[in-house]
Design a protein around this ligand. Structure first.
Ligand code: BGC
Length: 265
């Protein structure tokens, strides 16, 4: 999993000097972290997972992240990045579709940074996963426009254009046929409505069809936990662009958070 020339261009000179950064993936059930080797996109040490505190308020989550980071005894100059499943604009959470609403307006970088005692960079979860797939995974040799989508509780979306991330795309909330797309096509909708793969694929076809008509991606990458069953639904989709499963699987958030934190360092 080596970085491509376009990725190297997107990561600044400084990033290429930094060998390791630390990534943390904040999810609804677990908070996971590991140091990442930025030359390969691989974990430099085994990942640690701590259950997400409930309720997942900013102070409770920050304390858990601090516990996780402290357990690694990182050098003080190691960049630290965290993912968050909402719009993250310059460190501030601006939405809360599937997280505790007390996060809206919270400066994630300040709250977590204070608890951890070091600078922290916060990014949207799908942006982290998308950036990781573009730098080290399924889209690493793609030029042009890659659309990355994570199918889980919600639909996370990211777009990377020649190695450059366009942040906070939020295309899981496109209104299609009068409803919020993620309420019909996320993996949680498949679960909730007991859809079989064919029924779910009809909804995905409609979703990705609209995405294609609006954005004309050169490649579509599908991640999220359900992507490990990609052979059950991706072959049922008929799109103009190739559509492929994510490669980094559940490492993508950690790897992307680490790489984006290094880029912002
Ligand atoms: C949120 C996005 C997030 C996605 C995946 C959506 O409901 O609005 O910000 O990336 O879920 O967690």
């Amino acid at each position: 999993m080596n970085a491509t020339p376009s990725t190297a261009k997107a990561l600044s000179t400084k990033v290429r000097e930094i060998r390791t950064a630390f990534g943390i993936d904040i999810g609804g059930s677990g908070i996971k972290g590991a140091p990442v080797d930025l030359a390969t996109g691989e974990f430099a040490a085994e990942r640690v997972r701590i259950a997400t505190p409930q309720p997942a308020t900013p102070s409770a989550v920050a304390a858990t992240v601090a516990e996780l980071v402290t357990s690694f005894h990182l050098p003080s100059d190691t960049p630290v990045g965290v993912t968050f499943p909402a719009v993250v604009q310059h460190g501030v959470a601006r939405s809360a579709a599937n997280v505790d609403s007390s996060w809206i307006g919270t400066n994630i970088e300040t709250v977590i940074g204070q608890a951890v005692g070091r600078r922290v960079v916060a990014v949207n979860d799908a942006d982290a996963a998308g950036f990781a797939e573009s730098a080290f995974g399924a889209a690493r040799s793609t030029r042009g426009v890659t659309f990355i989508c994570t199918l889980g509780t919600g639909i996370g979306t990211a777009m990377v254009v020649d190695g450059v991330l366009v942040p906070n795309l939020e295309l899981g909330h496109l209104e299609i046929d009068g409803v919020d797309a993620e309420s019909r096509a996320a993996d949680s909708a498949r679960d909730r409505e007991n859809l079989d793969w064919d029924q779910w694929a009809v909804r995905l076809q409609r979703y990705f069809g609209v995405i294609e008509d609006l954005f004309w991606p050169d490649l579509i990458v599908v991640g999220g936990g359900v992507s490990k069953h990609h052979e059950k639904f991706l072959p049922l989709l008929h799109l103009r662009a190739p559509i492929v499963p994510a490669q980094l699987r559940n490492a993508a958030g950690i790897v992307g958070a680490a790489a984006l934190a290094a880029a912002a360092h």
